[in-house]
Design a binder for this molecule. Structure first.
Ligand code: GDP
Ligand code: MN
Length: 381
């Protein structure tokens, strides 16, 4: 689970990493209040789950109250890589002398935490790793011992030759490692970790990714969850007993069973189409579930045709057909519907569809289903 910069900084603050004075706001007026408490100048930063906000105008320095108001209004509501900014952080502006990079990441190769440091802070670290990999220093931690002081010192010496500075960097590295451990994070990163002109170090940006498998140990972290639009829909689907994953294509699929869902997507791809989603209604044949499934498909404006691909085992085809007919009646769907019903009570199901008077394209085979759904999706705006 990704969390916001201001939330990550709270975790860092708890272990004693120094953070500039800061607060969050959801309106320009609130932002001005926070700025007044902190004192000008301040930086105003978009809180969205993407990096590189600085480059796209999501980080601005405000010197006056007017600028605080202006930049806060500008950044709130801004779209950054498809995410809308709803919260901004207002932080004490730091007069920067140098920017460093400090990070801890769970390394799948060694199955251990790896500390990474670089003198090239502030910019995107993936770029540094590609172009000048020699500028990133790594250390693999033995989790039984943690990051020991001399190991942290050693890393710090690759960033500075001033003993006074290296001591501070080394302690921060140990604190960062501690934050990573106590939070059960898979990533904890400070980019940049800055040295100010008056000789202090601050974490002016923070990124933490929490390990989903350990979230049960941190019930208090649940309130930090911030769903994107698609994640919200997927979560709602889950609450209704459906596995729904949204994708970029235009053929909506309603399927029972994960294996059949995968096959259905493969077959659509094989014949040149693009599935719009993965949707598994599961093993039961609750007509209510069919209705919910269709509702989720209709939220996605990219869907141009719908393919019901049902294998009747425990699921009864007549139940699916009943659910389908009532849902289409109720929701007023005007998208082309392709239906393949095979298995338990297949004949009954087909009869219900035929007698419904609805414009449904019934098909017998996977190939026919995919081709029909693709053909009907074409040319629809
Ligand atoms: P990111 O672009 O999403 O990684 O956001 P950051 O918080 O890392 O900010 C991007 C850049 O803005 C930093 O690398 C700094 O160069 C600059 N910046 C951020 N906060 C301050 C500040 O308090 N003072 C100054 N001078 N620059 C800052
Ligand atoms: Mn950054």
């Amino acid at each position: 689970m990704k969390i916001h910069e201001y939330q990550a900084k709270k975790i860092f603050e708890k272990v004693g990493i120094s953070i500039p004075k800061e607060g969050v706001a959801t309106s320009p007026e609130q932002a001005m209040g926070v700025a007044r408490d902190i004192g000008l100048p301040v930086v105003i930063k978009a809180q969205v789950h993407v990096g590189g906000r600085g480059k796209v105008g999501g980080v601005k320095l405000a010197r006056t109250e007017e600028e605080v108001k202006e930049f806060a209004s500008m950044i709130l509501g801004m779209d950054i890589k498809g995410l809308t900014v709803r919260i901004i952080l207002i932080g004490q502006a730091i007069d920067i002398e140098r920017e460093l990079y400090l990070g801890v990441i769970t390394d799948r190769g060694s199955n251990r935490p790896v500390i990474m440091v670089s003198t090239e802070g502030g910019v995107d670290i993936e770029g540094v790793a590609k172009k000048t990999p020699e500028k990133i220093h790594r250390f693999t931690v033995d989790p039984a011992y943690g990051l020991l002081p001399h190991q942290a010192m050693n890393l710090a010496f690759s960033l500075s030759s001033e003993v006074k500075e290296t001591r501070k960097i080394a302690t921060t590295l140990q604190k960062l490692y501690q934050a990573y451990i106590v939070a059960d994070a898979s990533l904890a990163e400070i980019n940049p970790f800055v040295l100010s002109r008056d000789g202090n170090f601050y974490a002016i940006d923070a990124k933490v990714v929490l390990d989903d498998n350990a979230l049960f140990r941190h019930p208090d972290y649940e309130k930090m969850r911030d769903f994107t639009h698609t994640e919200k829909i997927e979560q709602e689907a889950k609450e209704r007993g459906l596995s729904y994953i949204s994708m970029d294509g235009n053929i909506g699929c309603v399927v029972n069973g994960a294996g059949l869902a995968m096959t259905t997507m493969d077959v659509i791809k094989h014949f040149g189409g693009e599935p719009a989603n993965f949707l598994d209604v599961g093993g039961s044949s609750d007509p209510q579930k069919v209705r919910h499934a269709l509702q989720f498909l209709l939220i996605d404006e990219g869907v141009k045709s719908i393919w019901f691909n049902i294998f009747g085992g425990i699921t009864r085809c007549d139940d699916i057909a009943l659910g389908l007919v009532s849902a289409v009646d109720e929701l007023g769907i005007d998208l082309p519907l392709v239906v393949r019903l095979i298995g338990t009570n297949e004949k009954k199901g087909k009869k219900i569809l035929a007698e419904s008077g609805l414009d449904i394209h019934t098909v017998e085979t996977m190939e026919e289903g995919a081709k029909t759904a693709i053909r009907l999706s074409e040319g629809r705006k």
